[in-house]
Design a protein around this ligand. Structure first.
Ligand SMILES: [Zn+2]
Length: 269
């Protein structure tokens, strides 16, 4: 007995994320025109966060049939990502899928009605921002990492008035003094801390940093995971791994792009 979604729920799950795959590393469009005039091609599907039937990925026997087929138990993914999350469920827990869903819906909300290429039509600067991490020191139960934020000028104009903001779980920030950028106290709330680079500057005070077309700037942000943080997260149920780490790029005071990933993807403790 499978608790499948209704066609209405399937349609809404897709529409809520503008028919893009909800995996933040993918975002593939899932619908297109079909060669037959009255059809659409589809590579998207409404996937179960907790499986529709016993034995399936992340099956939760405590759910009722109604909960299992409810829109809250679904996420829109492309067929590749849909197969991936079910083939290795331990790597893709329900908490991570919920974080993906929330982020995809947030992005769709931010983008609705806006031109696809910000700046392209108006001749304004265009930049691309990526968010990743690297290990800097792994010593037993102490892991030190750097958040790698890369801002690339993908337009044809030079960019000389810019800054980056980074939002991270405060729990993992190490030695704030070593961080490039300044903690913005007024916007660091609860468990999320916000840091900002100097406008157009590197760590070298006074060195004005201009991004010519094709140039990129890498912002390294140190943080750590250790046994104490891991235990505290579990004991106090802080949801650290589902918390979003975000980077935002501002050019001429205007938010132009944002990248976000659940903290769980930015560590390997
Ligand atoms: Zn996908």
């Amino acid at each position: 007995m499978r608790d499948d979604f209704s066609s209405d729920t399937i349609r809404k799950l897709g529409e809520r994320v503008n028919l893009h795959c909800s995996n933040p590393k993918c975002r593939a469009p899932t619908k297109s025109a079909h060669e037959t005039d009255d059809k659409a091609a589809n590579v998207g599907k409404a996937c179960h966060i907790h499986a529709a039937a016993a034995g399936g990925a992340r099956y939760d026997s405590a759910q009722t049939a109604a909960e299992r087929r409810s829109i809250h138990n679904g996420i829109w993914l492309c067929s590749n990502c849909g197969a991936l999350i079910d083939s290795d469920p331990a790597r893709f827990p329900a908490s991570l899928l919920r974080a993906w869903k929330a982020l995809a819906e947030h992005e769709a909300r931010e983008q609705i009605g806006k031109p696809a290429l910000i700046g392209a039509a108006s001749g304004r600067p265009r930049v691309e921002l990526t968010l990743d991490y690297k290990k800097t020191l792994i010593m037993g139960e102490l892991h030190r990492y750097a958040l790698v934020v890369v801002l690339k000028n993908i337009g044809t104009k030079r960019v000389d008035d810019w800054y980056i903001e980074v939002e991270v779980p405060g729990l993992v920030v190490q030695e704030p003094g070593t961080v490039i950028g300044t903690k913005v106290e007024a916007r660091s709330k609860g468990t999320t801390w916000l840091f900002r680079t100097r406008v157009g500057n590197t760590a070298n005070a006074g060195a004005r940093r201009v991004l010519l077309a094709g140039d990129e700037y890498e912002y390294g942000f140190p943080y750590r995971m250790d046994k104490a943080i891991f235990d505290r997260n579990r004991h106090d149920n802080l949801g650290l791994f589902e918390q979003m780490a975000k980077a935002r790029a501002f050019v001429a005071g205007e938010l132009v792009t944002e990248a976000a990933r659940p903290f769980g993807e930015l560590q390997c403790f």
